[in-house]
Design a protein around this ligand. Structure first.
Ligand code: HEM
Length: 185
């Protein structure tokens, strides 16, 4: 919601997609989600720029490994910086821009096979809650976007909204997002 309120054209586009599909039905159902490619792209782009687990979970090396010319000894705790990989200009055009379009007509997914995009980690410790987590994210976000028009409080402009986050095993927003909701349905 923070990223969307800072980009009104993206917010409008995703709301239009949802409202065109759902019409006056009153609620977005789980079955609708697969017919909403732009919504899914918005969720992916959010997970790319703001992965809730920015360093994934730690790994322990079992043998000597060479990574980018650096020798890593056995029994070393290693973190994979998923946050930095998701913003690496070698893999992403305009990496710091919120551009869901980059995921349209792209097979890039978060299932752990595309190593430039790992919000759920990868390998045998990949997140087992991936399907539940994304189902929840998509359905809740879709219903918030379908049911309400969202505006900044009077006197605020997009640039006043910050994207600051607090560190931790799971990242969360530093300052709560304050928006005005006007019922659409
Ligand atoms: C958008 C939501 C979620 C995100 C972004 C997320 C992300 C992650 C990440 C990055 C890892 C570490 C994977 C690795 O190191 O390779 C992880 C592990 C894990 N996640 Fe999630 N997760 C989400 C939702 C959930 C949900 C809904 C559940 C349970 C219902 C869940 C349960 C777990 C468990 C149990 C692990 C540890 C797996 C292991 O170490 O074998 N997650 N998650």
């Amino acid at each position: 919601m923070t990223a969307l309120i800072k980009k009104p054209q993206v917010l409008n586009k995703v709301q239009q997609e949802i409202r065109t599909l759902v019409g006056k039905k009153g609620r977005v159902a789980e079955d609708d989600i697969n017919k909403l490619p732009y919504l899914k792209a918005v969720v992916k782009e959010t997970l790319r720029l703001h992965p809730p687990g920015p360093l994934s979970l730690p790994r322990l090396t079992i043998k000597t490994s060479i990574i980018d010319g650096h020798e890593i000894e056995p029994n070393t705790i290693v973190y994979v910086n998923v946050w930095a990989i998701g913003r690496d200009p070698n893999f992403w055009e305009n990496p710091n821009e919120f551009l869901p379009e980059r995921f349209l007509n792209s097979s890039m997914d978060f299932k752990g096979q595309d190593f430039e995009f790992l919000p759920f980690g990868s390998g045998r410790r990949v997140c087992p809650g991936m399907a539940l987590g994304t189902a929840e994210l998509n359905v809740v976000l879709a219903n918030l976007l379908y049911s309400f028009n969202w505006e900044l409080p009077p006197g605020m402009v997009e640039d006043d909204v910050d994207m600051d986050s607090l560190p931790g095993l799971v990242t969360h927003k530093k300052n709560p997002l304050c928006l005005m909701a006007k019922s659409y349905v």
